[in-house]
Write a protein that binds this ligand. Structure first.
Ligand code: 6R9
Length: 656
């Protein structure tokens, strides 16, 4: 039965592989033996990873899973997360090492050493304490990518308060619902933020959001743009007036390993946003270990740059906690990648000699669209590891990244994980794995994942199905804030019998047993009874020389159940009338049929200037489904740029 109706058809195949170079392998942090070691004794393996941290009290038990699905890791252990990320590096004699090379969008810069970061975090911790914030209180942070965002997060961690970071671009309504749900006592924001060369107000939005918000006692405002802001006496305070005069001494208190660290809201496709709860010891061990192994990070040698926003989990785990625990020197960039020009990232890499660069497929495809000649103008020879996160990376985008950014020399690591998992779960290990374009390949040592069918039975090689995590891991969410039932229902009910965590993603094994991620199961298309993943059709489209980005959706079809409708963005230099003409569209449809089979041939292809994306670069396919099925466009509040839908609809109306 399951054989007749697989959860997902396996359509694309990939035969290119790239073994690690000998030089890289010889110095790699990770070794092939880790897989077997972790397999043999998972808990002992994780205990060794936890030893990367400073514990004030050592744990007595690695894992307590007796209250599943509520895990406890490093039971009885005590530590201070901020001390681990900052103070201990200063105490070990690295106070003068630059922690953050900050680059402002208008071109201003700041270098912050670990000693300076320690002073700032201590002052901010004292400031929050002076406002009455104590352990377990919630602090909402809506800030753009400025150093104060990182300082504020670490200050909360230092005093045991939970932060809830909200994207700088989110609307007042989105901020308000998060503030209310967490009952935040303090909100930290800025006067305004630079986006694409212009100053946009931030404080004014926050004021709108907080009208009548009863939990909020104080609003702390970082001065960034210098523009005038509305002010509520009694409630509002300038960061510089509050924080700067504080003493730079602050004794960190050791908190329980399971002390809550933060809440981060994920939008989810339906219902109110879920406040994902992370705790201290297990989470920090997970992100420190994965940052060390997956990026091959060498403290004091590498310059690391993760381009994520702090409002996304990637910013939490791979800008703040993992990297700082590992004594990174990192670039933090405030602005957009094309301000003031499309070579901005490459210019920054050249200037700071960035050696590890971690970004999202959406940006890689945007760089492809802008053209190869842009990165070619810069010296990118400092790079040695490239990472990708957020979406499946299409094999062609992977190849482009490897060639045009990595000079065919850098390993590319495609890292699969989620807000809920806390840290990276499935990824190649540089220096160990024979890399394969487009595949996240294998669960990391210490992690267990499987692809299963409807009944929870593991599928064989070449089979497609649902991705599940079948063993608990240290960085796992500890629940949904204030809603234990929803936590069990959302993640643990689908395969309750087997006790699997259901990630909500489709996946397949290839002939080698490597894992390929195939997009959210909600997006799977059903064409004449074939379950086709959006990812595979999109990858086939992107493998055509004229296409930079593609999004496909299933639209109701009277004969096939669903028909595939594709939206494509053309590559730089490709004239729209040439590539968007009837013949060219026909050629694209045939290309898909040739790459993956006639069943996947799009019914319709539309050339569009942009695609609707969330702030972390994920395509919002439900909005495109609305277009494809001629419906009114649904809720656009979590789009990075809400004008994109108008652009798409008007372009289609005018027949372009
Ligand atoms: C880190 C992050 C999680 C969802 C996840 C999946 C998609 C993330 C991916 C990937 C394929 C990758 N996703 N990384 N899909 N390959 N390397 O993105 O967290 O924002 O919670 O999103 O993103 O669909 O389930 P989050």
């Amino acid at each position: 039965m399951t054989e007749q109706s697989p959860a997902l058809d396996n359509l694309l195949t990939e035969s290119r592989t790239f073994p690690p170079s000998e030089e890289f392998a010889a110095r790699a942090n990770a070794t092939p033996e880790w897989y077997a070691e972790a397999e043999q004794d998972r808990e002992a393996f994780w205990a060794r990873q936890a030893e990367r941290l400073h514990w004030d009290t050592r744990w007595s038990q690695v894992l307590d899973w007796s209250q599943a699905p509520f895990a406890k890791w490093f039971v009885g252990g005590k530590l201070n997360v901020a001390y681990n990320c900052v103070d201990r590096h200063v105490e070990a004699g690295h106070g003068d090492q630059v922690a953050i090379h900050w680059v402002g969008e208008p071109g201003d810069t700041r270098d912050i050493t670990y000693a300076q970061l320690k002073d700032e975090v201590c002052k901010a911790a004292n400031a929050l304490t002076s406002l009455g914030v104590t352990a377990n209180d919630r602090v909402a942070i809506q800030l753009q990518m400025i150093p104060e965002a990182i300082v504020a997060m670490l200050a909360c961690a230092r005093i045991g308060a939970m932060h809830s970071v909200v994207f700088g671009g989110f609307s007042p309504t989105a901020l308000r619902s998060r503030v209310d749900d967490a009952q935040a006592k303090v909100v930290i924001t800025s006067d305004g933020q630079y986006r694409r060369g212009k100053a946009a107000p931030m404080k004014a939005n926050v004021d709108e959001a907080l009208a009548g918000a009863e939990s909020v006692e104080k609003v702390v405002v970082v001065r960034r743009t210098g523009d005038d802001v509305p002010w509520t006496q009694e409630r509002d305070l300038w960061w510089h007036e509050l924080v700067d005069p504080q003493p730079a001494e602050h004794t960190p208190q050791a908190f329980d390993s399971e002390h809550p660290l933060y809440i981060l809201y994920t939008s989810g496709t339906t219902g109110k946003p879920k406040g994902i709860l992370h705790t201290s010891g297990g989470y920090l061990a997970h992100v420190a270990y994965t940052h060390h192994a997956v990026f091959d990070h060498k403290p004091g040698e590498d310059v690391y740059w993760c381009t994520a926003d702090i409002g996304w989990v990637t910013g939490h785990s791979y800008i703040v906690y993992g990297p700082l625990a590992n004594r990174v020197t990192q670039v933090v960039y405030e602005g957009t990648p094309n301000t003031p020009h499309e070579g901005r990232h490459w210019e920054i890499i050249q200037k700071y000699k960035v050696s590890i660069y971690y970004t999202a497929p959406t940006l890689i495809r945007t760089f492809m669209k802008w053209g190869n000649e842009i990165p070619a103008k810069y010296d990118l020879s400092s790079l040695r590891v490239l990472g990708s996160v957020g979406e499946p990376i299409n094999p062609e985008a992977w190849m482009w990244y490897r060639e045009h950014i990595g000079g065919n020399r850098c390993p590319v690591v495609d890292t699969w994980w989620q807000t809920e998992t806390g840290g990276i779960m499935i990824s190649p290990l540089p220096g160990v794995t024979h890399a394969k374009p487009g595949s996240a390949q294998r669960p990391l040592p210490g992690i267990s994942a499987k692809v299963v069918d409807d009944t929870g039975t593991e599928v064989g090689k070449g089979g497609g199905g649902y991705l599940v995590l079948d063993k608990p891991w240290p960085g796992m969410l500890r629940g949904i804030w204030g809603d234990d039932e929803r936590y069990k229902e959302t993640y643990w009910s689908r395969f309750a019998e087997q006790g699997f965590y259901f990630a909500g993603d489709g996946a397949k094994y290839d002939a080698d047993g490597d894992i390929w991620l195939l997009g959210r199961v909600d997006d799977v298309m059903n064409v004449s009874g074939h379950r086709i993943s959006t990812t595979e059709v999109e990858s086939a489209l992107v493998s055509h020389p004229t296409v930079a980005e593609a999004a496909v959706v299933g639209a109701t079809d009277p004969t096939t159940g669903q028909g595939i409708v594709a939206f494509v963005i053309l590559r730089g230099g490709v004239a729209e009338d040439e590539a968007g003409g009837t013949e060219a569209i026909q050629a694209l449809r045939n290309h898909v049929a040739k790459e993956i089979g006639p069943i996947a041939k799009p019914r319709q292809i539309m050339v569009v200037p942009e695609l609707p994306k969330t702030r972390s670069g994920k395509i919002m396919r439900r909005l495109l489904r609305d277009v494809a099925e001629n419906r009114e466009i649904g809720d656009v509040t979590t789009l990075a740029d809400s004008s994109v839908m108008d652009l798409i609809s008007s372009g289609l109306r005018s027949g372009k």
